[in-house]
Every structure is written in structure tokens, then in C-alpha cells.
Design a protein around this ligand. Structure first.
Ligand SMILES: O=C(O)c1cccc(C(=O)CC[C@H]2O[C@@H](n3cnc4c(=O)[nH]cnc43)[C@H](O)[C@@H]2O)c1
Length: 212
């Protein structure tokens, strides 16, 4: 791969990634903003303004599902799922958007890209589903809802599905990689460990340089 776009939601994530990449010219970095709408628009704009990309990566910090991914750990996304894209039935149950046939709420990571990065990441990491939500989970009830909707979920972010959708529209392989900054569940802002997650992101980026 000669030209890879890495997008992150905020500046501090971008700085952490750039530190690890150490100027490797194959990687181009850009901000996509916070939340799925910003991320879809800004990734699409980047891909239309600059040509020649071979792949798109969404890197960032994320909430870890308790018992699956702890603070400072890394999750390589096998798929990114917009967990709140669907409709609620009168009995309170949730149906994914696919039921109506309008669109999809799950994007699988590109198989070849997943394999290549999985091999390059010579550090402990999880592989599994990362959900995208428009709202950071703040209650145990919402965490339980997410696990019920997506039983194999490992982490929660706010941009992955949008970035993978923009890449799909451009015909490019893509994947999401997240470092855990906080547990998903009852909101306790003082339990967020952004520095641990940002350090893990730097390590991830350093390993990405081993991609061929
Ligand atoms: O304030 C700081 O120093 C700082 C440094 C790095 C990142 C941030 C963010 O606020 C990142 C926002 C970004 O994080 C993702 N995220 C993190 N935890 C969760 C979560 O539990 N549920 C959903 N998203 C989460 C998300 O992708 C945001 O875009 C601040």
C-alpha cells in the first residue's frame, strides 16, 4: 500500500497517531470531527479532494465494553456497526434498519486489510465489533441495550461506521482501530484515562509502519 488515509475525530488523537507514524510518507492524516455526521462528511470531502488513496483507517479512543476491553487496550475492528440505526417497536424492542431494506447498519472491515494490520500489530490487541453511536453511553441500561443489539461488541466510538461508509462510497478498503479510554456504562468522567489510550494509539501507529 502506497497511500493510506488515517482519520481521527479530535486533534489530540491526531497528534498521538502522528507521533507513532514518525513521518512515514505513506500515511496521510486528517481530522473527521466528532460524531457520525461530521465523520461521514469530512471523510467524503477528503477522499474527493485528494486522489490516489489505497485504504482508509479510522483511529481513535473509545469506550470499552466491561469484561471485553480494558483501559489502554486496543481493539482492531472486524466490523463497525451503527448500533442506534433502526426503529423501536411499540413493545420497546429494537429492529435494525436492514429489516426495512433501506440501508445497512454494519460494515465489515476489508478482509485483506484486516489480515495485514492484524499481522502488523505485534502487540496485544483484541479483534471484534466496534459500535458507533451518536451519543456516548452514560447508563447501565443503555450499555445493556447495546450488548443486546450487538452481542459481540468490544468497544464504542462515534465515527467508525461513518468513516467506513465514506470509504465504501469511494470504493476503498477500510477499517477501524480504537484504544480504550474509559469503560462503557454509568458515566464517570473522572474515570476516563485519555493519556493511556493516546499512548496506545501512538504504539498502534508505530506498528502500522510495519505494513507492506
Ligand atoms: O479532552 C481531551 O484531552 C481529549 C483527548 C482525546 C480525545 C478526547 C475526546 O473527547 C475524544 C472523543 C471521541 O472519543 C470517542 N469515545 C471515547 N469514549 C467513548 C465512549 O464511551 N462512547 C462513545 N465514544 C467514545 C468518540 O469516538 C469521540 O469522538 C478528548
Amino acid at each position: 500500500m502506497k497511500k493510506i488515509l488515517i482519520v481521527t475525530s479530535v486533534e489530540k488523537e491526531l497528534e498521538a497517531v502522528r507521533l507513532g507514524l514518525n513521518g512515514d510518507p505513506r500515511f496521510h492524516t486528517a481530522l473527521c470531527g466528532v460524531g457520525p455526521v461530521q465523520a461521514a462528511i469530512r471523510t467524503t470531502m477528503e477522499l474527493s479532494e485528494e486522489s490516489g488513496y489505497d485504504a482508509v483507517l479510522n483511529l481513535g479512543v473509545a469506550g470499552g465494553i466491561p469484561g471485553k476491553a480494558k483501559i489502554g487496550e486496543v481493539v482492531l475492528g472486524s466490523a463497525s456497526v451503527q448500533a442506534d440505526l433502526g426503529f423501536e417497536q411499540a413493545d420497546g424492542s429494537f429492529e435494525r434498519i436492514e429489516t426495512l431494506g433501506f440501508t445497512v447498519s454494519k460494515r465489515d472491515a476489508d478482509v485483506a486489510l484486516f489480515r495485514q494490520i492484524d499481522e502488523s500489530l505485534s502487540m496485544d490487541h483484541h479483534t471484534g465489533i466496534i459500535v458507533t453511536q451518536s451519543m456516548v453511553t452514560g447508563t447501565k441500561a443503555r450499555l445493556d441495550e447495546t450488548i443486546q443489539r450487538v452481542p459481540d461488541v468490544f468497544a464504542e466510538g462515534m465515527e467508525g461506521f461513518a468513516v467506513l461508509s465514506a470509504a465504501e462510497a469511494a470504493g476503498l478498503p477500510s477499517i477501524e482501530i480504537r484504544a480504550i479510554s474509559n469503560p462503557v456504562g454509568p458515566r464517570k468522567r473522572d474515570e476516563w484515562r485519555l493519556d493511556d489510550a493516546l499512548a496506545a494509539l501512538t504504539t498502534v501507529a508505530a506498528h502500522l509502519k510495519e505494513m507492506t
